[in-house]
Design a protein around this ligand. Structure first.
Ligand code: NG1
Ligand code: ZN
Length: 556
């Protein structure tokens, strides 16, 4: 690096000294910690995002959020030029940068890395990082730190987009690099116009949507999602959205609210209660990349019926499969390959259901980057984690085929069932965020599919019945001592643990159980399923004890 670059980096990085004794890891969701520990990390991720832009000669993104975690936490992650997560190949560099003890070490690391990657630091070409943050109070100061990191690379421009949902930022990065319109208004317009297009294509005999249920009530986790959903809602005539727990309502982010709370605790979030019995309710997480639905049963005493990511996946799969069957009716094109991707946390009943539909079900380790990568192998790949993070990916060649087909349809005419199916699939590819899982676009797709089917949330929830399950955490001395294989369903180390789990699981009708080290918390997670809640609980507790015995620890 030249003299100018060297002194710029040295000056700026001496303003951001990392806290002592803290080791951070990029993990599956970027760096996350108490916000007070993060200024130097965020500054350094600013440098990383600028270098990534330099390497790829494209726009990249940097998002400041700790998603569903408590309000005092924050975090930072990079969006790659295609709008997806940072290339896994750069994660070790991210770890090294964040943990470099001094400005001198930092510069040494950067020098080594740019040489290895063949990055020329000549300041030429596109060099821009889009910055966004959620509503956390620490976000603004951290965004300033990120800006300083970006602009420590000669020629790099930091564009502050202010408060956004995580998926909005990813969408904008993708759109910018595709040369498409990429403002927040463009995002709202693309979502609302494709939603309207799908509404217009609802078969008339099914459009008598149950009037009692025509409103969806959304819990915004006291975060950014509620605010953005209100803006989006103004552009939609065919859907009434009532938002509760929006960031301007004054509640604490993710505290007794939000998709993570609702999914894990299976109880109503604050602001919801018996008055909502039977109504279609949904919950977003703190940065609006997760979505779950729920029903408050009559006299529920706080419990809910959860309609989780697995069921959203099933609804999407059913609809898309139906459209593909129309499309392929008189076969003159190659059959499109439709694949679904889940993790081991998917409820076994959902997997059975999807298989019964004749779909190809794939499993990957936990972490959306793995699911996304797998889903991208199909013409249409649908992926969801049970916690509500997921989306639908369309291959470029498949979308190209749909465009060619729909261009032929005379304007004004809606054409045959096959032509309508092509129009619907094309609209879905525009509605659903192709960059990452997005609660807002997911919500609109769920809503329009329910209208299309003429279904209430109860009808949807009855697609299949979840097997009772239980998740536990075990605190152990060293969680990395647990090594797994086969999409995290089989423990290979410590030796003997898997055999012991197998022996225990075999004693329970419909028993299934696995353990894995968390990628985001210092715990080993235990997941168990069985034919009753009681036996699922017992199985999870017994296996947690086994983990304890094999690893030594204090369980919780
Ligand atoms: P870990 O802590 O690795 O289990 C959790 C979620 C993931 C994903 C990441 C990132 C579960 C069981 N795990 O990962 O699905 O969302 O956080 O936020 O929900
Ligand atoms: Zn999130």
């Amino acid at each position: 690096m030249n003299e100018e670059q060297h002194s710029l980096l040295l000056n700026s990085s001496s303003r951001f000294i990392p806290p002592q004794g803290v080791k951070l890891s990029y993990g599956t969701a970027g760096f996350r910690a108490d916000a007070s520990l993060l200024p130097s990390t965020v500054f350094r991720v600013g440098i990383l995002a600028a270098l990534r832009s330099l390497k790829t000669r494209s726009v990249t993104g940097l998002m400041i959020t700790a998603s569903h975690n408590q309000v005092s936490d924050n975090g930072v992650k990079v969006a790659d030029p295609n709008g997806g997560m940072l290339s896994q190949h750069w994660e070790p560099f991210a770890d090294a940068l964040a943990n470099a003890p001094s400005p001198q070490h930092l510069i040494l690391l950067i020098n080594e890395f740019v040489e290895k990657e063949g990055i020329s630091m000549d300041g030429a070409g596109t060099l821009e990082v889009l910055l966004g943050r959620d509503t956390r109070p620490s976000g603004d100061a951290l965004l300033q730190a990120a800006k300083q990191g970006v602009t420590s690379i000669v020629g790099a421009v930091a564009t502050d987009l202010g408060i956004l949902t995580t998926p909005q930022l990813h969408w904008m990065v993708r759109a910018r690099n595709k040369g498409m319109k990429a403002s927040e208004q463009d995002y709202f317009e693309q979502l609302s116009s494709s939603f309207r297009c799908l509404v217009d294509l609802i078969p008339t005999e099914k459009s008598k949507f149950n009037g009692v249920n025509d409103k969806v009530v959304v819990d915004g986790a006291n975060g950014v999602g509620g605010v953005k959903l209100k803006d989006l809602g103004k552009l939609l005539n065919a859907l009434a959205i009532e938002v509760r727990n929006s960031s301007e309502d004054g509640g604490v982010l993710n505290d007794g609210v939000g998709a993570d709370y609702v999914q894990k605790e299976k109880v109503v979030p604050h602001g919801f209660g018996s008055k909502d019995a039977g109504i279609r309710c949904a919950s977003l997480d703190g940065d609006a990349d997760r979505l779950v639905y729920f029903i408050v049963p009559p006299e529920s005493s706080g419990r809910i019926d959860l309609v989780d990511g697995d069921k959203i996946l099933s609804l999407f799969a059913l609809f898309i499969r139906e459209q593909l069957s129309f499309l392929n009716e008189k076969e003159d094109i190659n059959q499109a390959r439709l694949g679904v991707v889940q993790t081991a946390y998917a409820n076994g009943a959902s997997t059975n259901y999807l298989k019964q539909l004749g779909l190809e079900v794939n499993f990957t380790p936990t972490g959306v980057k793995y699911l996304h990568e797998k889903a991208a192998e199909f013409d249409i790949g649908i992926y969801f984690e049970a916690n509500g993070h997921g989306t639908v990916l369309f291959s470029e060649s498949f979308v190209g085929g749909l465009e060619a087909r729909t261009n032929k349809i005379a304007s004004g005419s809606k054409g045959s069932e096959r032509e309508k199916a092509a129009l619907r699939l094309l609209a879905v590819s525009k509605l659903i965020n192709q960059a990452v899982g997005d609660a807002l676009s997911g919500l609109l797709l769920v809503e329009v599919i329910l209208q299309h089917m003429g279904w209430s949330i109860h009808r949807w929830n009855d697609l299949y019945h979840d097997l009772p399950s239980r998740q536990l955490k075990v605190k152990v001395a060293d969680r990395t001592a647990v090594v797994t294989t086969n999409a995290e369903t089989v423990v290979v180390s410590p030796p003997g643990l898997q055999e012991a789990i197998n022996e225990e699981t075999a004693r329970y009708p419909q028993g299934r159980c696995f353990v894995r080290p968390s990628g985001t918390e210092d715990v080993v997670r235990v997941y168990a399923e069985a034919s009753t809640q009681e036996t699922a609980d017992t199985l999870a507790n017994s296996v947690a004890r086994l983990v304890d015995q094999f690893l030594g620890s204090n369980s919780s």
